[in-house]
Design a protein around this ligand. Structure first.
Ligand SMILES: Cc1cc2nc3c(=O)[nH]c(=O)nc-3n(C[C@H](O)[C@H](O)[C@H](O)COP(=O)(O)OP(=O)(O)OC[C@H]3O[C@@H](n4cnc5c(N)ncnc54)[C@H](O)[C@@H]3O)c2cc1C
Ligand SMILES: *[C@@H]1O[C@H](CO)[C@@H](O)[C@H](O)[C@H]1NC(C)=O
Length: 503
């Protein structure tokens, strides 16, 4: 069990590590050191500068609609208040007192709305459940959700402001109008990289120490000793050869967690999300205006299930002119030998910045993305995708987080991960409840976040598939640079080659 006198080491300065450090430090813990192999003090969590964790990103969705997962809805709403408080603090801050590259203009959470769309005229069950749950449990947020294609709902959107009516009608023509869903004005986007920079700044103000960059900040191994029938972690060794002793080590390495901690490989799994970008040229003022967060919400679209099914979405434009699109109907694995425990194979993240870099994505998602994005925004077809990213999830067996002591280590080793594609929004609040688990104070998350592993013969969010599963990367075709264009060059369509004015 942890207490404020414990020497605490946290490995990983993503959302899970940062939020934990922040709440421990504010709770009186005097000696917390966070290690990360990425030099976040120099790259500012900006993925263009060479960092590749899931938290190091340009934007992430904030939503509070969680259907019957009341605990996650409550957590999101609690986070929301702090996001808005951070917005206010930054806005009112002396620019010189903000950490680089933040400025008072930066809104960490922007309530631009999220449009949940699906194929077909009838509302899909998932959306019905989402709306009903909100109605019952947080009616004031249900009031901010407007069902598509209903004049009363449009009238309600107008009461919130005319800009919401414009957003409400944005996708009317898509699929000949045969879509269903709702616009959620209580959701929006977070500026992910800057939010992490700000959280790290708050940590430092609360006394947390950081050791960042290779080799000093990179964990080489956990140092363990045998104590009776149990093991105990007494510290860590970093790549520079130094050892650091600690009473408690917290592994918050996201998709690299089972690389560091082989025991975790039946508990969490690294899976790859397909992310594509379109950089809008500076002279395309029309498009920069159209995709501005004041004019377009985040959109998500669901069509079908299983083979060929689509689930994904897109973000409004960043200040730098970048559109981001994600595909999450199928996540992929990359099985490799475990680096230290040779008898197991684990799904291992591979990115642009890995020892064996990869700079493309599987064709599977890319081709489906082109169909949907080309249908929604024909004006983007001529530009085509300009960049890509493999962004790695840390999936647990049931999409709930894994925040608990690792069995067999006499309460000296703790795991804090399992974001499962929805952890970012909780950055400002997560650590409050991680601290409870560290101090063994039972709360609503204790049973959900406990240490657990794949159960034989049961569906476990894909973790049961292992290397034999259909998602394994070695079985996939990877896209070539020419595939980033929407239209095959050998058979150019009129749309792709025509002058701009005709689009
Ligand atoms: C494609 C994608 C889209 C997502 N979209 C959303 C969204 O819209 N909204 C939302 O709320 N959430 C979203 N998420 C989920 C969210 O990004 C994650 O839950 C969250 O960022 C995970 O944080 P983390 O700290 O666990 O892991 P990470 O951010 O991956 O951080 C792990 C850190 O550990 C460090 N590390 C690893 N190994 C070592 C080592 N040996 N030594 C030192 N350091 C090490 C890494 O450098 C890294 O910084 C998305 C995730 C993905 C992949
Ligand atoms: C703080 O913890 C580190 C290990 O993380 C340890 O080396 C150091 O001695 C501790 N400092 C104090 C003042 O206890």
């Amino acid at each position: 069990m942890a207490n404020p006198q414990s020497d605490v080491i946290i490995i990983g300065a993503g959302v899970f590590g940062l939020s934990t450090a922040l709440y421990l430090a504010r709770g009186g813990y005097k000696n917390i050191t966070v290690f990360d192999r990425c030099a976040f003090d120099q790259n500012y969590y900006n993925p263009a500068n060479g960092c590749d964790g899931a938290s190091a990103d340009i934007n992430k969705i904030f939503r509070a609609t969680y259907g019957d997962q009341q605990h996650n809805q409550d957590l999101a709403l609690e986070a929301r208040d702090i996001w808005l408080e951070w917005n206010r603090a930054i806005r009112e801050s002396d620019p010189a007192k903000l950490p680089k590259p933040l400025t008072p203009e930066d809104e960490l959470l922007k309530m631009c709305g999220v449009y949940h769309l699906a194929d077909g005229d009838e509302m899909i069950p998932r959306y019905i459940d989402n709306l009903e749950a909100m109605e019952k449990t947080a009616p004031e947020f249900r009031d901010l959700q407007f069902l598509k294609g209903n004049s009363y709902e449009e009238w309600r959107a107008n009461k919130l402001g005319p800009e919401w009516v414009k957003k409400y009608h944005l996708f009317d023509k898509f699929k000949g109008g045969a879509t269903n869903g709702f616009l959620d004005a209580g959701s929006g986007i977070t500026l992910a990289d800057k939010a992490c920079v700000y959280a790290r700044h708050l940590c430092e103000k609360a006394g947390v120490k950081f050791v960042l960059g290779r080799p000093n900040g990179e964990l080489q191994e956990l140092i363990t000793e045998q104590s009776g029938s149990q093991k105990r972690v007494t510290g860590i060794r970093t790549r520079d050869g130094l050892t650091h002793s600690a009473g408690l080590v917290i592994v918050a390495c996201g998709p690299w967690s089972s690389t560091v901690l082989p025991e975790a490989h039946r508990s969490v799994e690294a899976t790859m999300g397909t992310v594509m970008f379109i950089d809008i040229p500076e002279d395309r003022k029309d498009l920069r205006e159209k995709f501005h967060p004041d004019n377009i919400p985040v959109w998500r679209f669901i069509q079908g299930e299983g083979e060929g099914g689509y689930e994904g979405g897109g973000f409004p434009i960043t200040r730098e002119g970048r559109l981001k699109f994600g595909f999450r109907a199928r996540k992929f694995t990359n099985f490799q030998d475990h680096p230290t425990q040779k008898d197991i194979r684990i799904s291992t993240p591979r990115t642009k910045y890995s020892p064996q870099p990869i700079d493309t994505v599987p064709s599977y998602g890319l081709e489906l993305m082109k169909k949907v994005i080309g249908g929604l925004f024909p004006e983007l077809i001529e530009i085509g995708f300009t960049d890509s990213r493999l962004c790695w999830y840390t999936d647990s067996i049931d999409n709930e987080f894994v925040v608990d002591f690792v069995p067999g280590y006499s309460d000296s080793l703790f795991i804090c991960t399992g974001g499962s594609g929805h952890g970012f929004k909780f950055l400002p609040i997560l650590g409050k409840y991680v601290k409870n688990q560290l101090e063994r104070v039972p709360d609503q998350f204790t049973s959900l976040w406990k240490w657990r592993t794949v159960e034989e013969g049961k569906k476990c969010n894909g973790l049961e598939e292992g290397e034999a599963g259909p998602r394994e990367m070695s079985k996939l075709r990877l896209a070539k640079p020419e595939d980033f264009k929407f239209v095959n060059q050998e058979a150019p369509s009129k749309i792709a080659s025509g002058p701009r004015s005709r689009l």
